[in-house]
Structure formats: C-alpha cells, structure tokens
Design a protein around this ligand. Sequence first.
Ligand code: ADP
Ligand code: MG
Length: 342
Amino acid sequence: MSEKRTEISELGEFGLIDHLNSTVLIKNSGTVKGIGDDAAVIEAGDHVKVVTTDLLLEGVHFDLSYAPLTHVGFKAVAVNISDVAAMNAIPKQITVSIALSNRFSVEAVDALYEGINAACEHYGVDLVGGDTTASRGGLVISITAIGEARKEQLSYRSGAKVNDILCVTGDLGAALVGLQILEREKQVYLSNPDMKPDLEKYTVVTGRQLKPDARMDIIHEMRELGVVPTSMLDISDGLASEIFHICKASGVGATIYEDKLPIDKQTFDTAVELNLDPITCVLNGGEDYELLFTIDQKDFAKLEKHPDIHFIGHITKAEEGKYLVTKSGTAVQLKAQGWKHF
Ligand code: ADP
Ligand code: MG
C-alpha cells in the first residue's frame, strides 16, 4: 500500500498553518498568545513582549536583478516591524539571520546591512543578534522582531465587534502594481540589454514595492490620541484576504464601500496602463504593509480628520457575510484571493 501524500497546495498557506497549529500544545502560562496573530504575545512582568518572524528568499520574495541590496535589507526589517505595529506594540529589538552563497562579497553584505541599519535607525530598534551560514543557492534573510506594550494596549485580530468602523492607512495596490512594472522592465531588458529601463514615471509604485515603510507613525499617533483599535493586522496579503482574517478571528462579517477604498493616482493610472483593474489591485494586491484596523464608534471623532486614515466600511454580524458595495450600489460578495505562495 502506498503512503498517503497530500500536496501543500491542497491546504494553501493558511490551511497549512492551521494544520500545524493543531499539532502544537502550549505549556507555559506566560504564553499569552501563540500561533494565529501577527505576533506572539509573551508575559514580561508589568507588560508584554510581542515576537514575530519573517523569512525572505531570493527569487521568491525579492529579485536582485532590480532590487538593490540596501532596499532588500530595509524591507526585511520593515515587514517585521509592520507585524509588531499590527499588534499595537512598539518595536525594540531585532535579530537577523542570513544564508549566503559564494556569489556574495563582503561589499554586498555591507550593502544589505546598510539597509538593515538604516531601518533600525528609522524604527528605533536595536540589532541584538542573529546567525550566519552558507547557502547553496542565493540569499536567505530571516528576521525576528521583539516589541513591547501594556496588555490593554494590544490589538488582536479577534477583537472586532458589530458596528465597529473598518479603517485602513495610506493607500493600497501600489506594491503589486510596482512589482508588475519592475517585472515588465526586467523582461524588456532581458530581451534587449541595450534598452535602458524607463522607470522615472513609476517611482511611487516601484518605491512601494522595493522599500515599504511600516506604519509605526500611525501607531504612535493613535497612542497620543488615546485610541486602541479593537482589532488590527497589517496588509501583507491583500485587503480582502486580511478582512477575512479579522472576520474569522472575531466571528463577524464586514461591509466595505468601493468609493471609500484609498488608491494613489499613480497606482490607478499604472494599473490601467497594465490592463489591470485598479480595484482588484486594491483588494488583492500584496505587500502594501498598511494597517487594517477596527475602532469603536466612540473613537471616530478622534481620527476623523486624520489625513492618512480612511474609513472603508463597518463590521456586521457573521451571518450577514462579507460584502463590497460597488460605486453603483450593488453588494458583491468579497473573495479572499490574496497572495498565493503555493
Ligand atoms: P503575517 O502575514 O502577519 O506574517 P503569517 O500569515 O505569516 O502572518 O502567519 C500567521 C500566523 O502563523 C502567525 O502567528 C505565525 O507566527 C504563524 N506561523 C506561520 N508559519 C508558521 C510555522 N511554520 N510554524 C508555526 N507557526 C507559524
Ligand atoms: Mg501581519
């Protein structure tokens, strides 16, 4: 009899994580939250620590034919800081582990660390350790970030309540559109190396793909205003997919409005140029690293005038489902296509 073999693609990334989670038993009372949120939460005296880790592989998460190593270093830190922000915590330390093939020189590693150190400066975190090893193929970077908060300041994915307001920071879809431009110009260059890629008019979208900024600014501002989001996560896999995460974890539904979705003009124009539907880019584009959160209605007045926070909809009962109301007023069911790695 042959052994059973299940393809990972049958489960998908999230199904696989759920499957692994079902094999894990938590033993320590200090483990406040394990697998399942943007970061784990660990008791630490009068406050809690949050811990999150991300793995970036050359050829899967970044392409060194157009991504400068300095940007790769900055982004590797930023995507971890974004998960700390998503817990409403303040990042304090990171560790950095790298695997290098002999294609990389000391100068190349210096360029990578120039970006890592710039990000540490930007987010006010200390690099406190890591690991270095050889790789058979390309560059691998794994970063772990540690942050701090008081327990009552934390925002989990599971806290959204009916009638809470759904908010997003910044604008969406830019990183996906930027990636499409970089890939297009790479193909043009590969077929004709004499052609110089003309990226001048795309700097907003390519910049968002190559060097995203975690929204710690918003976390600090909400602290000053005394707002604790009832739920929060960062948008790494696309808005629709993240709304599904909040709805699943909180046991609620959601309605969002197309005319409230924030999109930058360059993202919109470039999407059209690429024959992509701009709203699809906003809903399903990955890697924006903006924040999606819910607030209690009583906090609306405190954030109402904020130029970079957009109120895109509200939380409903689970049985009401997840809907996008289009500009013409039709309610269409949201689909979580997201960013598929498998
Ligand atoms: P994010 O997009 O915010 O980084 P992920 O979707 O990568 O979150 O992960 C969701 C949750 O699953 C997190 O709590 C993460 O720590 C956990 N997780 C992901 N991969 C694994 C794994 N291989 N083993 C255990 N936990 C994992
Ligand atoms: Mg996250």
